[in-house]
Each structure stands twice: as structure tokens, then as C-alpha cells.
Write a protein that binds this ligand. Structure first.
Ligand SMILES: [Zn+2]
Length: 293
């Protein structure tokens, strides 16, 4: 994992998309990749820093996520949760349908499904924990650099802040005045907000992110697990396939709506992916079952 630390004027670099968390990177403006964005938005969901209030709409796409506001943060969190649940649904459904292709044993299905649920949710949580911890370390390092620069070259930092406010649409005079006021009130907070997109009081908590991933995956995984073990023998597969596909319609539609994208294609992709996963594992399970492995 490479978290590139670029302390000066490159907020986007601190919110790199995370590898391996699944989900469908949306091609929607203003809605960053869900897992990456939700890390960086959580800390912005509270009261904004003084700098945040005076900043007009920004023009660089990189900065959009820094000013999404509380509603945007909540939507992104919700969307991340839906996609996490989606992962739980698809991977557990593929697992239990594959086992069902090989055996009709309820205890085998339960064991496989439960193991898949626990392995998947813990893997998601661990990945999230590591990733958010790394991001947090990067943010702390960037804040330390900023603090040192403010101590050692306050004039240059004031000029820098002025310029950054100018690029956001303030006239030189107003930008200078704003920069002076912000610096007087809380220089580090102003630079953290304007330069880095960080609120120093609300750095993302790796444990929160890990728990959120764990829960989202578990909720999703419970559906195919219950659908395969509860019904009587002949009904297991049809019930599982139908309920999984229905759930995928719902998660695909919801995540697209939350991302302000047209839901039609998202639903088709989502359902198609889930159906393919179940078809492939069922074929593999049936093959193994047929040859008596
Ligand atoms: Zn600075």
C-alpha cells in the first residue's frame, strides 16, 4: 500500500482510493470512491473549521470532497455501507451456492457460510483498519510539517494561505485580510483546512472504519447464509438465488441513487455480477460433487 504524502497543496494525495475494498468506482462527479471518501469525510462531518465557512465554492475537482458538508458525508457513509453489504451478499452467496452444488448437507452449508461471513467481515475490517491507520499517520505527518513551517516561516505561510484563498475566487485584498484573520485565530487549523483538507480535531478513527466495514459485510452476508440453511432441501437454491438477486437490485439501486447516478445500469451490473458469481461457483461445486471429491 502506498500512501503518498504530499504535505503542500495536494489534498487529493491524502485521500487515495483504497485497493481491495471492492465496490464499483463511480464515474460520478463530486462523489469520490466510496471507501476512500468516507474516510476523509467523516472528520468533516462536524462543525467546520473557521476556514471552511468562508471558502467559496471550489473549482478543482480534488477539493470538492473537502467541502461536501454534513449531508454529503452522511450520504457517502451510507453508500459505503451499502457497498460493504453488497460485498457480503455476493461473496457469501457465491460460497454457499458453490457448496450447495456439491452437497445437500445443511451442516456443510452452515459451516461454509458462517466461515465465509466471519472471514470476509474480518478481512474487510482488518483492511480498513490498516488503510485508515496509514491515512491517519499521513495526516498527522502532514500536520507536523505544517506546524513546523508555521513556526519557522510564518510570513511565507501567510503568503501561501493568501494565494490559496485567491485561487478560490477571493480578490488579493480580501484574501490577504481573510488569511490574516484565519492565521490570528488558529493558523494551523486554517492551513490544515485550506491546504490539506484536514480538520485536526477530527482525524478519522481507524476503529470506527473497521467496525463499520465489519458490520456492513456481516449484514449483507447474513442474507444468503440464512436463505441457504433455513428452507427445506429442494427450496434452498431457488430461495437463495431469488433473494440474493432481489437484494442486489436493492443495493445496486440504492448505491446509484446515493451517488446521484442513473440506477438502471448500476442495477444491471450489480445483479449481473452476483448472478455470474453464483453461476460460476455452482458449476464448480456441481463438478466437484459429480466426480465425488
Ligand atoms: Zn501552510
Amino acid at each position: 500500500m502506498t500512501d503518498i504524502l504530499v504535505p503542500q497543496g495536494s489534498p487529493g494525495a491524502l485521500g487515495l482510493p483504497r485497493p481491495g475494498t471492492g465496490g464499483d468506482p463511480p464515474s460520478v462527479p463530486n462523489v469520490p470512491f466510496p471507501w476512500a471518501c468516507c474516510h476523509s469525510v467523516e472528520r468533516r462531518s462536524g462543525a467546520g473549521p473557521p476556514g471552511g465557512a468562508i471558502l467559496p465554492a471550489v473549482t478543482e475537482p480534488n477539493h470538492d470532497e473537502n467541502h461536501g458538508g454534513a449531508l454529503g458525508s452522511r450520504l457517502n457513509w451510507l453508500r459505503a455501507a451499502v457497498l460493504g453489504a453488497n460485498d457480503g451478499i455476493v461473496s457469501t452467496a457465491g460460497l454457499v451456492v458453490g457448496v450447495a452444488g456439491a452437497t445437500g448437507s445443511r451442516s456443510a452449508l452452515l459451516t461454509a457460510g458462517l466461515a465465509g461471513l466471519l472471514a470476509g467481515s474480518m478481512s474487510m475490517a482488518a483492511g480498513e483498519y490498516v488503510s485508515v491507520s496509514t491515512q491517519r499517520d499521513s495526516e498527522l505527518a502532514a500536520l507536523a510539517v505544517e506546524k513546523r513551517e508555521l513556526r519557522e516561516q510564518p510570513e511565507a505561510e501567510l503568503r501561501e494561505l493568501t494565494q490559496m484563498l485567491q485561487t478560490r475566487g477571493l480578490s488579493e485584498e480580501v484574501a490577504r485580510e481573510a488569511a490574516e484573520q484565519l492565521t490570528e485565530r488558529d493558523a494551523l487549523r486554517a492551513h490544515a483546512s485550506v491546504e490539506l483538507g484536514i480538520n485536526p480535531d477530527e482525524l478519522t478513527n481507524p476503529w470506527h472504519a473497521a467496525w463499520a466495514s465489519f458490520l456492513a459485510f456481516t449484514v449483507g452476508a447474513l442474507l444468503p447464509l440464512l436463505a441457504i440453511v433455513l428452507p427445506p432441501g429442494a427450496w434452498r437454491l431457488p430461495v437463495t438465488v431469488v433473494s440474493v438477486l432481489a437484494a442486489l437490485v436493492l443495493t445496486g439501486w440504492t448505491s446509484a441513487r446515493l451517488g446521484a447516478a442513473a440506477p438502471g445500469r448500476a442495477v444491471v451490473r450489480n445483479v449481473g455480477g452476483g448472478a455470474l458469481a453464483m453461476a460460476v461457483t455452482y458449476a464448480a461445486g456441481s463438478l466437484l460433487g459429480a466426480v465425488g471429491v
